[in-house]
Write a protein that binds this ligand. Structure first.
Ligand code: SF4
Length: 140
């Protein structure tokens, strides 16, 4: 089965802080499935490293209010294109991210407070019928 995966979970250096944080639980899926790594923020044109953002009032903003919503939407639709090209029906995405988070995301106050909601890419994939799990679901 082909699965879209947040590239940072597979050790690709695309996180906002430029750190590599490989999730070995996700990497082992490659033994049985075809993993397609994507980073919607890079696909939307954001650099690495970059300042952190959160979703506030439906917009993707840095702490000082700089708005990157358009790039996040662009990246989300690029991921959807990749999913459609490969007939992908499943995704494993990084929890809590303003792009990839599913079910819980940070609340826009930059205080590490989680609220119910989805990142921009997770929302668009979900709307298009792709079943989403996070790395936490797979741990459980
Ligand atoms: Fe990882 Fe998604 Fe953030 Fe890219 S946008 S670094 S894939 S969580």
């Amino acid at each position: 089965m082909a699965i879209i995966v947040s590239a940072c979970l597979l050790g690709i250096c695309c996180r906002y802080d430029g750190k590599i944080k490989t999730d070995e639980n996700i990497c082992v899926l490659a033994k049985t499935d075809t993993l397609i790594p994507v980073c919607p923020e890079q696909l939307g044109g954001r650099p690495t490293p970059r300042l952190p953002v959160e979703i506030k009032n439906g917009r993707v903003v840095e702490k000082d209010g700089a708005d990157h919503t358009d790039e996040f939407i662009k990246g989300a639709y690029e991921v959807l294109k990749i999913a459609k090209i490969n007939c992908v029906k499943n995704a494993v995405l990084k929890s809590n991210s303003p792009s990839c988070g599913f079910g819980k995301i940070y609340d826009g106050t930059f205080s590490k407070t989680l609220v119910n909601g989805n990142g921009i890419t997770a929302e668009i994939l979900n709307e298009n019928g792709i079943e989403i799990k996070t790395e936490n679901d797979l741990k459980a």
